[in-house]
Design a binder for this molecule. Structure first.
Ligand SMILES: [Mg+2]
Length: 374
């Protein structure tokens, strides 16, 4: 079955889980000659990189149109080989390749009538524990702790992950004693067994001493992992942190390709390897990362904080690997998860099942892409 067309879509939308901060994504639709359609997404994040990603997708389409839809990995290799001039070690080319690759896997699954998890080779875990992954924005830390307590006790999430240094009035990540006080309130609110993760936002800069102090103080309240307490490039500081901390250390979501992951995994900076399928050159790229993670007995964590297209691919990848602890979902209803697809992803009793319909298992509403068009 030949591929007939490749079409990019750019969107801009408010993200309620980030205090309605405006975000941007690039989608890609590939269509086969029989009219079957596959969807992909790149977490291109800013207006300029989103527009650039759409332009690059249009250019890359010459490697896709007219090819057999079952040759998706061969197409990935052709694009990767052709974009070395501007895409070596990542950047907009990796965003564009991510969106095309995800769409090609979706199309292949739909043409074969097979869900992505079976195309990959089957589920290690048929269902994944789910945590609520969100940012805090209110100035009252008591209210924020209570809100997260409700996600666990009323909605059934098995834990929470909190982004610090984000938009709004919460101002977490700036005053160490206040941060520790918040984690104490949070542990009281979510109860003794819920998973708890803290994630330094990249707008914050901590010294390695600050990172060690916070990590160990938070750990007193039971930390599943500490995420990006330092910049990903601060390899020596990460090593020092790991020597002085007991909990798992996470980083990786800003890396672009398997080559980059190999370098920092080899440097031994982290236990939990973050990976965004909408950035890491798609499902084909993420599978290479999973191989590295499994080889080193590390943990894979999908950074699925954009659309339901990304979440669908992320759930399948997380269920496929033997080295995944949990799946993150955004707890507050939002346009790119709850409006974009017919049946939004949700947890039941703290777990989410592998999508079972062909391809990614989601039906994208083009009218929603038009509503939020950039
Ligand atoms: Mg993060």
């Amino acid at each position: 079955m030949k591929i007939k067309s490749v079409t990019p879509f750019t969107v801009t939308y408010p993200e309620p889980n980030d205090n309605d901060n405006i975000r941007y994504l690039t989608f890609c639709k590939v269509e086969a000659e029989d009219g079957t359609v596959g969807w992909g997404e790149a977490i291109s994040q800013f207006a300029e990189s989103t527009k650039a990603t759409a332009t690059v997708i249009e250019g890359m389409s010459r490697h896709v149109i007219g090819r057999d839809a079952f040759e998706n990995v061969a197409i990935w290799r052709a694009i990767k080989g052709a974009t070395w001039w501007y895409g070596w070690h990542g950047g907009v080319a990796s965003f564009a390749l991510s969106a095309i690759d995800i769409a090609l896997w979706d199309l292949k699954g739909k043409l074969l009538g097979v869900p992505l998890i079976d195309l990959l080779g089957g589920a290690y875990a048929k269902r994944l524990p789910v945590i609520a992954s969100t940012h805090v924005w209110r100035s009252s830390l008591e209210e924020e702790a209570e809100r997260h307590g409700r996600y666990v006790h009323e909605e059934g999430y098995l834990g929470v992950k909190i982004g610090m240094g984000k938009f709004g009035d919460a101002r977490l990540g700036y005053e160490i004693e206040r941060d520790i006080h918040f984690v104490k309130l949070l542990r009281e609110a979510i109860g003794p067994t819920a998973m708890l993760m803290m994630d330094r936002g990249q707008s914050l800069r901590w010294t390695v001493a600050d990172a060690i102090r916070r990590t160990n103080a938070f750990e007193e309240y039971g930390l599943t992992w500490m995420e990006e307490p330092l910049e990903p490039t601060e390899t020596e500081s990460f090593k020092r942190l790991r020597q002085h901390s007991k909990c798992l250390i996470a980083t990786g979501e800003r890396e672009w390709d398997a080559r980059g992951y190999r370098e920092f995994i080899d440097s031994g900076v982290a236990d939990v390897i973050g990976c965004d399928v909408g950035r890491v050159e798609g499902i084909t790229g993420a599978l290479k990362v999973i191989e590295l993670v499994e080889d080193r007995d590390l943990w894979f964590n999908s950074h699925a904080w954009s659309s339901a297209v990304n979440t669908a691919a992320s759930i399948a990848l997380s269920g496929f690997t033997s080295r995944c602890l949990l799946q993150e979902l955004k707890p507050v209803r939002n346009p790119m998860q709850h409006e974009l697809v017919e049946e939004p992803f949700t947890q039941t009793g703290g777990y989410i099942e592998m999508p079972s319909r062909p391809g990614l298992g989601v039906e994208v509403r083009e009218s929603v892409l038009e509503k939020y068009a950039l």
